[in-house]
Design a protein around this ligand. Structure first.
Ligand code: SAM
Length: 480
């Protein structure tokens, strides 16, 4: 998402070289999905203008910010422990201020500020432009809070500061919020209604990235296929737009085409796709452009029609198969990955078997799999008892993960003997003598460095694999 949740990145504090004149230091730690990591880059940009440079050293920070995730209870617990730790640092450094950003802000603002008193500032995902004012309030000795969700804010006019970057791949946000109201999901409550960003500002950001040497962009949103630009405003208000606005609106297929045409040598991915919103024209556009990667992250969550309905996923198992068949027909070598939830309320053994059999049909390249975690305020929490026992959830999750590992290995083996284009992202984690990059299907490829360099597109002959990685040898530069 793209890994939806990249475990190795969770909680990393990121730093970039800032302006020399900036007198104060910001330590920012991020949790959760890529959207949050991307938002931290917007925050760093806004605060860069306010006299803050980023640091990875907690002890020199004047301001500590934690960009939080509410998606599962475990994510919230991890953040809470970090906040207690940061608060304790104030004993040695009373001047340091601590702030909570992101998805936990709205839900837990009074608890953090008034009851537990472990933070000085709480800022929701649509209020980052208010940070300069909020910091002034905190500097003046008060607590500060702004968790108002916006109908318009897309941060389209903020040029993100790339944090912890490899200088090759970057994420560009195209939508904010989500209107889907899946019954398990807290996102519509923490991030608000769905709005799309002006395509011209998206293209501008991609152009800047190209100039800086970036070679791959992932267009990012909770539900990218639902992208709709008609001059600004909420997706749900499209009906009220003028006939001219409606006639000139840009949908996701249109945006993809604009990006791929304007930057023919940049490689594009996107995430996340909700099956109910993914249309044939998106798949056709992918098939038409060489520089749009053959990879779709297509969470399904469950293989049972009954559970899909209870989750308010607005498609059936048969419709999902039809979508998969269309993808395979138009893009035969397309990589497909999933998100899956084990143990949603009322899930029976038969429902679980349906999930396993759906996986057998699709044979995903990889996936992100979770045990159901009840989130306060969601429709499922209000209407359905969390009635699948914890050990049953865990066992079902193990079975789903086991099946995915088998399928990943089977899919990866199909690459052996092929020569595939790989964009080099950096050294392999296991050996400094090897490069790591990704093929079009988003599978990691590792190969000896030789004379190749980061940011180059090379052809790699795939010789071996594990369930997670392809191993090979470069045969030369690709035509790019
Ligand atoms: N917007 C995407 C979609 O609708 O498919 C993904 C959003 S979410 C950030 C990433 C994944 O977290 C979801 O696809 C789902 O599998 C998982 N997730 C969300 N809420 C959850 C919950 N309450 N318990 C367990 N997993 C959850």
């Amino acid at each position: 998402m793209e890994k939806t949740i990249n475990e190795s990145e969770q909680g990393t504090a990121l730093e970039v070289r800032g302006r020399e004149a900036n007198p104060r230091k910001l330590y920012i730690e991020s949790y959760g999905c890529q959207m949050n990591f991307s938002d931290s880059e917007i925050v760093a940009s806004i605060l860069g203008q306010e006299g803050f440079n980023t640091t990875q050293r907690l002890e020199e920070a004047d301001l500590i910010l934690v960009n939080t995730c509410s998606i599962r209870e475990k994510a919230e617990q991890t953040v809470r422990k970090r906040l207690v730790h940061f608060n304790a640092l104030k004993k040695n450094n009373p001047g340091v201020k601590v702030g909570v950003l992101g998805c936990m802000a709205e839900r837990l603002k009074s608890q953090f500020l008034e009851e537990e008193k472990i933070v000085d500032m709480v800022v929701g995902p649509d209020a980052y432009k208010d940070l300069p004012n909020l910091i002034r309030e905190v500097d003046g000795g008060q607590n500060a809070v702004n968790v108002i969700l916006s109908k318009e804010e897309t941060y389209g006019d903020v040029s993100p500061v790339r944090l912890g970057t490899n200088g090759v791949t970057a994420f560009v946000s195209i939508t904010r919020g989500c209107d889907n109201m899946c019954t398990f999901c807290v996102v519509p409550f923490t991030r608000g209604r769905e709005r799309s960003r002006d395509p011209q500002s998206i293209l501008g950001e991609i152009g800047d990235l190209w100039e800086q040497g970036y070679r791959e962009v992932t267009l990012l949103g909770q539900n990218v296929d639902s992208y709709l630009w008609y001059g600004g405003g909420l997706k749900k208000d499209f009906d009220k737009a003028s006939p001219m606005q409606q006639a000139t609106a840009v949908n996701f297929a249109g945006l993809l085409e604009m990006a791929a045409t304007a930057h023919p040598r940049m490689r594009f991915r996107f995430s996340t796709s909700n099956p109910q919103d993914m249309t044939l024209d998106v798949i056709e556009t992918m098939a038409r452009f060489d520089n749009i990667c053959n990879y779709i992250h297509l969470p399904v969550q469950s293989g049972s029609d009954r559970i899909l309905k209870a989750m308010n996923r607005l498609h059936t198992r048969a419709e999902y198969f039809e979508l998969i068949d269309n993808i395979r027909r138009l893009i035969p070598d397309c990589g497909i990955s999933q998100d899956m939830i084990a143990g949603f309320p009322t899930e029976t053994e038969e429902d679980h078997q349906q999930t396993l059999s759906l996986m057998d049909y699709v044979k995903y390249d990889f996936g992100f799999m979770f045990a159901y975690s009840e989130r306060p305020g969601t429709l499922a929490a209000r209407k359905l008892a969390d009635d699948v026992p914890e050990e049953v959830k865990k066992r079902r999750l193990r079975e789903i993960i086991g099946k995915q590992q088998e399928h990943s290995l089977e899919r990866n083996r199909q690459h052996i003997g092929r020569v595939e284009e790989v964009l080099i992202e950096g050294p392999s984690r296991k050996s400094d003598a090897q490069w790591m990059g990704r093929n079009t299907q988003n599978t990691v490829v590792v190969f000896p460095k030789e004379h190749y360099r980061v940011g180059e597109f090379v052809n790699v002959r795939i010789e071996d694999c594990t369930s997670a990685t392809l191993l090979g040898t470069a045969t030369g530069y690709s035509k790019k």
